[in-house]
Design a protein. Sequence first.
Length: 346
Amino acid sequence: MRFPDLFTSRDASRAAALQWIARQAVEGLTAGRHRSPHKGSSVEFKEHRPYVPGDELRNIDWRAFGKSDRLYIREFEEETNLRCTLLVDRSGSMKYAGSRALQLTDSSTSIGKRKQDYATAVAVAIAYMMLSSQDAVGLMTFDDRIGDSLPPRTTPSHLQSLLAILAGDSGGGETDLGTVIRQAMLKLPRRSLVVLISDGLGDPESLGKALASLRAQRQEVVFLQILDPDEIDFPFHDRIEFRDLENTDHREIIDSRQIRSRYIESLQRHNATLEAACRRNRVDHALITSDVPVVDALARFVALRRGGGVSGALSLNTPAATNSTPPTYKAVASKLSSSPEDISSR
């Protein structure tokens, strides 16, 4: 995968201009612009407390002393840098490539139109955004388990290491998001930001429990759900051969007209469960289809997030896609996924 095709210099400049503001207090290693859970001497006043011997005299509020004849210390809330870890799905279902997805590479191939490539571009955009604000960014890729891993750092050389991993094409097979997140929790820094970039196809109950565990650790969590437009509206006709992208030996020929309504009903239930889990655990959840320009989608998400809570689903789809819900064919018939290069009318 060539990053000039996947993520242009203009995309990098636009992403670097965005600012991500942490919603909750975070723990960092250097001074920054996000609230810290610790008290200190910085730019944002927090509260008064009574003076005790040993306190620095420069922190005494003499104006309060003049009014009350008592000594009070002005306490401030420290500001720190944000530490972000990107969890990027590399399982088999992320290799789906529909004809309407953004063409990110040579038009003679489907590479660059896969959900995996789009998710990679989203991760790169977030990395540029974080590092331009002196925030630390790390990475974990996964399929059925955690693969490559980099701890959050802020150095320019760290970006090159992150890009080198994302440029690879490793991964495949099945995944269980709940299990993977529980594995990731062992490596995450405290009070950090966790951005899950995945299609969300799998057991929503397991994912919901894992999200609850993350929040119990006081992690701030964002779930960016990446789906192909084909998965949104199921535009298939007649008899189609479906291939399970997480089990390449599993193929099945199905009359798409007979299963479409059941598919939509099933995915509606699936997505409703995902949305409920996100709301319950105060996780920001955005569904993004792979035909939306990456930085456009990210810019809108950041703007809406700055304007208030985004607990639950946030639609960032194209107008044609917003009337549908994100599908998972897995929930309909034996965990099948469709792949254009393996679909043929019969």
